[in-house]
Design a protein around this ligand. Structure first.
Ligand SMILES: Nc1ncnc2c1ncn2[C@@H]1O[C@H](COP(=O)(O)OP(=O)(O)OP(=O)(O)O)[C@@H](O)[C@H]1O
Ligand code: SF4
Ligand SMILES: [Mg+2]
Length: 338
């Protein structure tokens, strides 16, 4: 693996909210912060997993990476070149390099187009292409994803869920994309079909040297597919490291709770009886209302600590000296000089 293929630094996204009643999230005024200073980098040929519960901002992150949303005040570099979201050609280069496959193959394929024409949508410079060249590329893409040629004449309602996901993949690969964002690509499929698609993805990665950003709720899928993984919680990356490290030695209390099934990714409310369930906090550590390890510094936003290749956003890993400094500042603010 070589230099970072894609680097994301301090990516934040907020959306205007329509209601005035905001509850339990990092909302300020009429805005809701959905991604908060997210940073990570992926290398060529790597599968980088992003795991997070519903509403944690996974799809928003995916859509930003393919230029659907235009973030401000962050740095996104593609093979070392910074993307300026105000420049059309930069956004186009992002779209040409990074493809996306969504969870719902039904919603992402136009039911009125033949599979052949859907795959053609992924070809860049389609207008300039000769008919024969276009056809060859479409057939090659279909072959790569092991979609029978006979299906090229079908319409989406006439093919199965697994075949639809193969069509989505073929459309993305036809354009020669080097990074694929896979947003829960198998969660709408039956278990046996899920395994087929996951194995296909592994085969494609090997053959085409592409990188994946693999978004999922499913920890088993992460274990099976990913080299590294990041844990997203209400828009913040709380821990990131190699998959083995994260599963064997989870550092962040939230990661620990996930791996030990104290919480599930479908809802933070599903705690065991040992755990207090809490809303994400808008002040200090976002996990502090649920964290069994919470201590005085947690009233402040934790730093990201990097140790042995693992990044963890938690005060537990700060040096004692820095912790003492923060605790005495908090005491001073509270007017407690003791
Ligand atoms: N365009 C938008 N405008 C306003 N709010 C949005 C928009 N898109 C997403 N959100 C909100 O941002 C939050 C994160 O949404 P997102 O779809 O990124 O979550 P997710 O992690 O993909 O969830 P899921 O696992 O359910 O797919 C949610 O609270 C959602 O309602
Ligand atoms: S910073 Fe504090 S509250 Fe947050 S996860 Fe770490 S110990 Fe728990
Ligand atoms: Mg989503």
């Amino acid at each position: 693996m070589s230099d970072p293929h894609l680097e994301v630094e301090n990516l934040s996204m907020r959306f205007k909210v329509k209601t005035k009643i905001l509850h339990g999230s990092a909302d300020q005024g009429k805005f809701k912060t959905v991604l908060n200073s997210v940073s990570f980098a992926i290398k060529e040929g790597e599968t980088f997993g992003i795991v997070g519960e519903t509403g944690s901002g996974k799809t928003t992150l995916a859509k930003t990476l393919v230029g659907i949303y235009k973030p401000k005040n962050c740095t996104i570099k593609l093979q070392g070149k910074e993307i300026n979201f105000k420049k059309r050609e930069d956004v186009l280069s992002l779209r040409r390099s990074i493809g996306i496959v969504f969870q719902d193959p039904v919603g992402s394929l136009n039911p009125r187009l033949r599979v052949f024409d859907i795959i053609a949508e992924g070809l860049p410079d389609l207008q300039k292409m000769k008919k024969g060249e276009k056809e060859t590329k479409i057939r090659e893409a279909a072959k790569l994803v092991e979609l029978p040629e006979s299906k090229l004449e079908s319409y989406p309602p006439e093919i199965s869920g697994g075949e639809k996901q193969r069509v989505s993949l073929a459309r993305t690969l036809a354009g020669g994309k080097k990074i694929l964002v896979l947003d829960e690509p198998t969660s709408s499929l039956d278990v046996s079909i899920q395994a087929q698609i996951l194995n296909l993805l592994i085969k494609l990665k090997r053959e085409l040297s592409i990188s994946y950003i693999f978004i999922t709720h499913d920890l088993n899928v992460i274990k099976f597919m990913c080299d590294r993984v990041a844990v997203l919680y209400y828009g913040q990356l709380l821990e990131e490291g190699s998959t083995i490290e994260l599963f064997e030695r989870p550092r962040h209390p939230y990661t620990y709770d996930l791996i030990h099934a104290n919480v599930t990714l479908s809802s933070t409310n599903l705690y065991t009886t040992d755990h207090e369930s809490g809303e994400p906090s808008t002040e200090g550590c976002v996990y502090k209302n649920s964290c069994p390890k919470r201590f005085e510094p947690c009233e402040r936003n934790p730093p990201v600590i990097v140790r042995n290749g693992v990044r963890v956003k938690c005060w537990l890993y700060e040096t004692q000296e820095n912790l003492n400094g923060v605790i005495s500042e908090i005491k001073k603010e509270l007017g407690d000089g003791s």
